[in-house]
Design a protein around this ligand. Sequence first.
Ligand SMILES: NC(=O)c1ccc[n+]([C@@H]2O[C@H](COP(=O)([O-])OP(=O)(O)OC[C@H]3O[C@@H](n4cnc5c(N)ncnc54)[C@H](O)[C@@H]3O)[C@@H](O)[C@H]2O)c1
Ligand SMILES: O=C(O)C[C@H](O)C(=O)O
Length: 309
Amino acid sequence: MKVTVVGAGAVGATCADNIARAELAEELVLLDIKEGLAEGKAQDMMQTAALLGFDTRITGSTNDYSKTAGSDVVVITSGLPRKPGMTREELIGTNAGIVRTVAENILKYSPNAIIIVISNPMDTMTYLALTATGLPKNRIIGMGGTLDSARFKYQLSQHLGCSPADLNAVVVGGHGDTTMIPLIRFATWNSIPVTKFLSEEKQKQIVADTMVGGATLTKLIGTSAWYAPGAAGAALVESIVRDQKKLFTCCVSLNGEYGQKDICLGVPVTIGKNGWEKILDFDLNAEEQALFNKSADAVRSMNDVLKTL
Ligand SMILES: NC(=O)c1ccc[n+]([C@@H]2O[C@H](COP(=O)([O-])OP(=O)(O)OC[C@H]3O[C@@H](n4cnc5c(N)ncnc54)[C@H](O)[C@@H]3O)[C@@H](O)[C@H]2O)c1
Ligand SMILES: O=C(O)C[C@H](O)C(=O)O
């Protein structure tokens, strides 16, 4: 397997590091527009191979897409991160141009690749990658809900005093401070509804803290997070290259599912060798469906901004 990660910044390098450590690819290419950055980080990571004992060959490239040729999976992390006080949506002006150029270049050299989009605003960047490449919809996957669901489990585990690994909890909708929907009604602790253990007030707090998870870290760090985002990207790569068919919330093109079409939005999907394979239908109640529709309206209005750029 050959995997390319575009953007050798905080998220891209972390994602690549996770991919190499787990030996998810024989060949791993890190590409960045900044002279020497990808080559340097690739060498640095390769120098951990003797210590960690992995066999993935990592190479770096300064914007030479011929080095990415024949990639099976490509992860796009290139673009500006937000600063404290900003929304992800404010990045659209710069990042749309970057993601469009990157997606088109990738397509030239890896026409069969499955593309994972991480750059923000992720729902709109996923829609852009889909429309700019014209690839079959199953091969374009936006990573946001996978991370948000991990953060939801973290918040729940803090209040329940349990292992995050024992929790099942899903965040659907957009990957925005106000558009994501942590579905607490469906969250379970080893199959027992978590709502049994948490007061209504605690539940509301957990949902609210999950929604601003990215903003909270951005305020603390001064730029946005990378450990969990990089690990989430690598988890999707793993499910593809090992055809695990694991269930993740990912941003995918909807065609009537959850009452929406002509939009990419976060829903539970299985991820395997064909990209996203099956959308799982949760029976949302009226309140949850209203939140989902509101989230879709907000993402759609960002998608409309693309036409003005
Ligand atoms: N979807 C998510 O869950 C999620 C999570 C974390 C970060 N993000 C987003 O991921 C993006 C990257 O975040 P980061 O913290 O790694 O930022 P970063 O600044 O550390 O890295 C971004 C890299 O992209 C490179 N780049 C810019 N234009 C490029 C181009 N045309 N071609 C190739 N490389 C290019 C830069 O040189 C830089 O090295 C941001 O947009 C951020 O908002 C999304
Ligand atoms: O918060 C951000 O801007 C980055 C990313 O979307 C995240 O959720 O960590």
